[in-house]
Design a protein. Structure first.
Length: 277
């Protein structure tokens, strides 16, 4: 008798094949990027041009943190305004794609063979998701659902979790990680938003860049071995972890292309990249 996971694998194999879906890691930065025109948002808009259209998008965002791993099966996820102190125009934005319970439940069933995945039918789209998708897919015409980050687990858990989902990329699922490689709000230069990076910001961002280019995932999972620059750049790892979710599905010899690189307020790296076979 087939296990439910094996049944889902068979169902996935039986789905019409698609081109290998690209995967993204986006350094999303401030929520205000949802409504402004700058080099970052222009690069986001360009990033999806000439790419195959996904059947659905799964987002792993730094802003859905849980104890245990959850997946959203909400049929109609709404934008969540999980921030404060911004212009009213930001709260007026509506980004309301449909969800994809079908893909979400298939993902859950596969992951359940090694992890206990719970469902949420109430989760909308946090700003780590909708603020970037608004530029990448402004018509909100792609189904979207989210996978949470279990804050109780070490970095390797998050990297390993995704390996089981590689087959979905050939069945129309695009995976997007949304966070920041360097994210230290305690050291932000609020008085000069265009300030250049601190030395340690630049050092850790360069460390990550080198290991992304060489495919050294182990060094990125064990990022604290980079020393003090890692401790300062990743004081808490919820913004760093979405990158590991994307690297977990990178195929051998798959091209990694940087689509944007800049620094904000001294202590935030906006480095973003695309995986494309």
């Amino acid at each position: 008798m087939l296990t439910s996971a094996q049944q889902v694998l068979n169902e996935v194999k039986a789905m019409p094949p698609t081109p290998l879906m690209p995967a993204f890691f986006i350094g999303h930065g401030s929520p205000i990027n949802a409504i402004i025109d700058n080099q970052f948002t222009q690069d986001l808009a360009k990033s999806t041009r000439n790419l195959p259209s996904p059947n659905a998008i799964m987002v792993v965002s730094a802003h859905w943190l849980t104890k245990g791993t959850f997946i959203s099966v909400n049929k109609f996820p709404k934008a969540i305004y999980d921030f404060g102190g911004f212009p009213n125009a930001l709260y007026d934005i509506k980004y309301e794609p449909i969800g994809s319970p079908e893909y979400a439940l298939q993902v859950k069933t596969l992951l359940d063979q090694s992890h206990n995945i719970q469902t949420s039918d109430m989760m909308g789209l946090d700003h780590g998701a909708w603020s970037i998708l608004r530029h990448m897919y402004p018509k909100a015409n792609m189904p979207v659902f989210q996978l949470s980050i279990d804050v109780t687990q070490p970095a390797k858990y998050h990297y390993d979790l995704m390996k089981q989902l590689a087959a979905f990329r050939k069945k129309g699922l695009m995976i997007v990680g949304s966070g920041n490689i360097v994210h230290n709000l305690g050291r932000v230069n609020w008085n000069n938003p265009t300030a250049g990076p601190y030395d340690w910001t630049f050092e850790f961002d360069a460390y990550v860049e080198r290991n992304l280019q060489t495919g050294n995932h182990l060094a990125l999972v064990d990022y604290l071995k980079a020393g003090q620059c890692a401790n300062l750049s990743v004081p808490s790892n919820e913004h760093y972890l979405p990158m590991l979710y994307v690297l977990g599905i990178q195929e051998k010899n798959e091209q990694l292309k940087f689509i944007h690189h800049s620094f904000d307020m001294g202590s935030i790296s906006m480095r973003s990249f695309l995986l494309q076979g």
